[in-house]
Design a protein around this ligand. Structure first.
Ligand code: UT7
Length: 319
């Protein structure tokens, strides 16, 4: 039996940090409101001219170094992004060229904040099938360019960044299960309506969100996903070493954790300093906890996400 296993992680954040204090000088908001409703204190924002592929490349190179692989080893690149640099080529193909990878497949996955969970699940199927041996799975976003910076209901919530993992074929189990879901009938509660069409920008190019509806869905499905992943593998909450949830809002994370009866010390959170980086949020949080040595080889880790689509899902893995 073939499995896939994470061999290395990496991440990257743009240099510029925008604090709540800075935002409150620009729009009608306050540090107190943002922290009490979301837990977010600051977010990183890409520089003008900095591209999603740039962020992805930094994260990918860090993951490749950690996994001790080079461009000749990688035969699959999947980039989860909602903010590609171009309509096409895909960000994955742009990244492949940057890294000097000459073989294998490269494509993007679009599942918004669940993008990395989707991409990791897809990469696992490709590697476990034996068709590919070494995948680079990246979540990279410049969400700041989808925001109306005068809309205080949305612009305070998001940030930019990238995270990556190298997923290799293995005889020992790494990825144990993945469960993916979508409900397209709820797409309107979190969307960017606009796009390029017939040479023009059609409809509203900014992110629109029914925050309360997203909040309700997120707290329900993240709990369901976590319970399902553990039960499917015959584990209980006591067996779980770490939960690495999508980093959108501390209240959503705490609700999920408390409903599971999981001690909050076993949850990785980066939302305070990163904001919601969409598809980059889970791999950024994962890499943070791997590098500070909280997540150790052999530990049981549950990652889960929820986002536009609406989409949601989980991956349970032995690190
Ligand atoms: O990856 C998924 C992405 N999205 C999410 O995860 C978002 C999920 N939803 C949420 O996190 C929460 O619904 C929010 C943080 C977006 C909003 O929190 P809330 O407790 O549901 O606040 P609210 O929308 O009910 O707004 C309460 C008040 C409103 O004022 P009024 O109408 O009661 O006078 C808002 O206008 O807070 C006001 N408000 C703000 N005030 C200061 C909304 N945004 C801000 C702001 N600063 N940035």
């Amino acid at each position: 039996m073939n499995y896939s296993k994470i061999a290395g992680t990496g991440s990257y954040l743009p240099n510029r940090v925008v604090t709540n204090s800075e935002l409150q000088t620009r729009i009608d908001t306050s540090d107190e409101w943002i922290v009490s409703r979301t837990g977010i204190e600051a977010r990183h924002i890409a520089a003008e001219g900095e591209k999603t592929t740039d962020l992805a490349e930094h994260a990918a190179r860090a993951a490749m170094a950690a996994a001790n692989v080079n461009a000749d080893d990688i035969d699959l690149i999947i980039v989860a992004t909602t903010t590609p640099d171009k309509v096409f080529p895909s960000t994955a193909c742009l990244l492949q060229a940057r890294l000097g990878v000459k073989q294998g497949a490269a494509f993007d996955v679009q599942a918004v904040c669940t993008g990395f969970v989707y991409a990791l699940s897809i990469a696992d199927k490709f590697v476990a099938s034996g068709q590919h041996r070494c995948a680079l799975v990246v979540g990279a976003e410049i969400f700041s360019r989808l925001l109306d910076w005068n809309d205080r209901r949305t612009c305070v919530l998001f940030g930019d960044g990238a995270g990556a993992v190298v997923l290799k074929a293995s005889k020992e189990p790494g990825i144990l299960s993945s469960h993916l879901y979508a409900d397209g009938s709820m797409g309107h509660i979190l969307q960017v309506d606009g796009g390029v069409s017939a040479g023009k920008l059609a409809d509203n190019p900014y992110l629109q969100m029914d925050g309360a509806a997203v909040f309700r869905l997120a707290t329900r499905v993240l709990h369901e996903c976590a319970t399902e992943a553990l039960r499917h593998n015959g584990f209980t909450v006591e067996d779980l070493d770490w939960l690495v949830p999508h980093q959108a809002n501390m209240r959503i994370i705490n609700s999920t954790t408390d409903k599971l009866n999981l001690p909050r010390e076993r949850v990785i959170t980066t939302v305070a300093q990163h904001g919601n980086t969409s598809a980059a949020s889970v791999p950024l949080a994962l890499d943070t906890a791997v590098r500070d040595q909280r997540i150790k080889p052999g530990q049981l880790v549950l990652i889960e996400g929820v986002g536009g689509g609406m989409t949601w899902g989980s991956v349970l893995l032995r690190f």
